[in-house]
Design a protein around this ligand. Sequence first.
Ligand code: DC
Length: 212
Amino acid sequence: MIIAIDGPAASGKGTLGKRLAQHYGYRHLDTGVIYRAVAHALLRQGADLRDEARAVKAALELEPETLADPALKSHEAGEAASVVSAIPKVREVLVDFQRAFAAGPPGAVLDGRDIGTVICPGADVKIFVVADPEVRARRRAAEVRSRGEEADEAKILADILARDERDQNRPVAPLKPAKDAYLLDNSKLDIEAGVRAAIDIVEAVRAGRRRV
Ligand code: DC
């Protein structure tokens, strides 16, 4: 089974993806990390994030082992990733890696922006996670602080809104729910309640009780 989870920045989709994968014994791929790694490579080279040739080269040379680098988790890496991910050729290069990951046994959960629409349009279950921007900014600030870094919540909120705008309006693979995605608003849910709601969706779809 393939479970696709999409949603905007800091919506909690990554945690949901990880927890669903644990629950079902599936593999998990946070696809945002791939774009973060490409952006990180460009930043390290001091290159422009809009430099298509360099970005494509970084995507082609991406080593899966580097995806665990904690530096990729930073707020800045996420912002930079949003810029490089708008380059169509970069996305093209990364499609096969994601599809191969999704296809392997025993099943997989992928989270990102375009999993249900472009990468795995035939996914068995699609969930589109949303949360109010203020709630997402508060959660992201808490996450940054938990790493011992300082967080300016107002700036994070402004960045999140700008990122939503960029991710939703790019011409290729924009952030949007697939027609058959089930919407999960976790603004008022804590992590455990969100995980339960997601498992309920998967179970209902599996049992054929819910046509999404
Ligand atoms: O989910 P995240 O914050 O790690 O994603 C970082 C950026 O990467 C996001 O703003 C847009 C891009 N991204 C994408 O374009 N497609 C994906 N499937 C995942 C992330």
